[in-house]
Write a protein that binds this ligand. Structure first.
Ligand code: HSE
Length: 443
């Protein structure tokens, strides 16, 4: 990277110019004067790579800036900052590496790329005196990355949890409010264009897991593998779960959670639906909103709620990164260098399932016959899981089945999972049993 601290003009290239890229173009233009005063340089988007040139022209972007070849931007010596807004792993990965090798700063909204290749990319950026900014990769317009590595830098984080996927939150909110099952609301979410092309990202917790990995890195200095996380989505939930949860003072949310046990130096991370007390602020983050609670040992709890996706919120974070990137260009702090994990991170271990303690909710659909409930209770007892509450609802399906909903006292995650497995194998259990965790706030 050029270490000359004088940059009267900073040239920016965009790779990808869909919803977010067009937002960056539009908002940078609208707020240019103030932003330029703030960073002390003129900010010029000089080149934009896009697959469909006509689409960009229709969006009001001058044709002479457009190319279909992102390599031209990565190799353009006059460009100092590249915004990678194309998403996905390839070719974004190769282009980002090449940009770093050419000494450029990359600003990204690509959570999957940072999650899967962050460790490698940070290293390449450092080796090449380049830099990598990724505020828009987690929770859209909520400045959680900056909050963790700047505002709350003095803290050690015992628990970070929240809602990091707007689409699944929209579906859960409507299931709760309208007493409907998952499928009809999913159809609506699809029609509204809320669901990612790869639906599994939103519905199976994977998008939120990518974001969780990034937050865990920032808070604890370790890149967790998705395979080390408990990741479950929302497809298994039905209206009975919401009814029972509400009667007990809970909401149901897809919660991303990172918990650190500092005494034993263990970390747990996961994304799963949770019954969460209505007393929690995060329980009231509804519709497409995201919300994050960060508990630091000095600052206590900080809760941020905002828009986790969409053109304006996401471009707000990209533009914030562009401003920081300009400062880095001029010799200011680099994001890949200012992060120093807390001292215990070296020996940090991922907790095993027999060390994770929680309370659980189970829904079991079974033949409604004498002795069935007793056999279910026996399975729980054999796995050292103690029942706290119990509800039964007859099904209307005339097959002589009933749904049994129960909550448990504290048990290990391993015992709860073994219970589900055993219940599923019983001949009178007619559907895959559902297990939902009850959110546990670390004191
Ligand atoms: N599909 C994501 C969501 C978009 O619903 O939150 C932002 O990552």
């Amino acid at each position: 990277m050029n270490n000359n601290k004088e940059f009267p003009t900073v040239n920016i290239g965009l790779i990808g110019c869909g919803v977010v890229g067009q937002g960056v173009w539009k908002n940078l233009d609208a707020y240019r004067e103030g932003l330029e005063k703030r960073v002390g340089s003129s900010l010029q988007i000089t080149r934009i790579a896009i697959r469909d040139i006509d689409k960009a022209v229709q969006a009001g972007i001058p044709k002479e800036l457009l190319t279909t070849k992102p390599e031209e931007i990565v190799d353009d010596a006059s460009i100092q900052i590249i915004c990678e807004l194309m998403g996905g792993i390839e070719p974004a990965l190769s282009l980002t590496k090449k940009a770093f090798q050419n000494g450029k700063i990359v600003v990204t909204a690509n959570k999957a790329l940072v999650c899967d290749h962050g460790s490698e990319l940070f290293e390449i950026a450092r080796q090449n005196d380049a830099d990598y900014f990724y505020e828009a990769s987690v929770a859209g317009g909520i400045p959680i990355i900056k909050t963790l590595h700047e505002g709350l830098v003095a803290n050690r984080f015992k628990q970070i949890f929240g809602i990091l996927n707007g689409t699944s939150n929209y579906i859960l909110t409507r299931m709760e409010r309208e007493g409907l099952d998952f499928q009809p609301i999913l159809e609506d979410a699809r029609k509204l264009g809320y669901v990612e092309y790869d639906e599994s990202l939103d519905l199976d917790g994977i998008d939120a897991a990518h974001k969780t990995v990034i937050l865990a890195f920032l808070a604890h200095g370790q890149w967790i593998q998705l395979s080390d996380m408990r990741i479950e989505g929302i497809r298994k939930l039905n209206k009975l779960d919401f009814e029972i949860a509400s009667n007990m003072g809970f909401k149901i949310k897809l919660i991303a959670e990172i918990t650190r046990d500092f005494r034993n130096n263990q970390l747990t991370a996961g994304v799963f639906p949770c019954l969460i007390s209505q007393k929690e602020k995060i329980a009231h983050v509804d519709e497409v909103f995201n919300g994050i609670s960060v508990s630091g040992d000095i600052a206590g709890e900080t809760v941020m709620i905002g828009r986790g996706a969409g053109q304006n919120p996401t471009s707000s974070s990209v533009i914030s990164d562009i401003c920081d990137a300009v400062q880095a260009l001029k010799g200011g702090p680099k994001l890949t260098e200012i992060f120093t994990p807390c001292e215990e991170s070296a020996d940090l271990k991922i907790s095993s399932l027999d060390k994770i303690i929680g309370k659980f909710y189970f829904r079991i659909k079974a033949t409604d016959a004498p002795g069935v409930l007793a056999k279910i209770a026996e399975v729980l007892a054999n796995n050292e899981v103690s029942i706290a509450t119990l509800n039964q609802k007859e099904s209307n399906d005339k097959n002589g089945t009933a749904s049994i909903m129960l909550t448990t006292h504290k048990a290990t995650e391993q015992n709860a999972l073994d219970t589900v497995k055993k219940l599923a194998s019983l001949e009178f259990v007619v559907e895959e049993p559902v297990m939902i965790r009850i959110f546990n706030r670390v004191k």
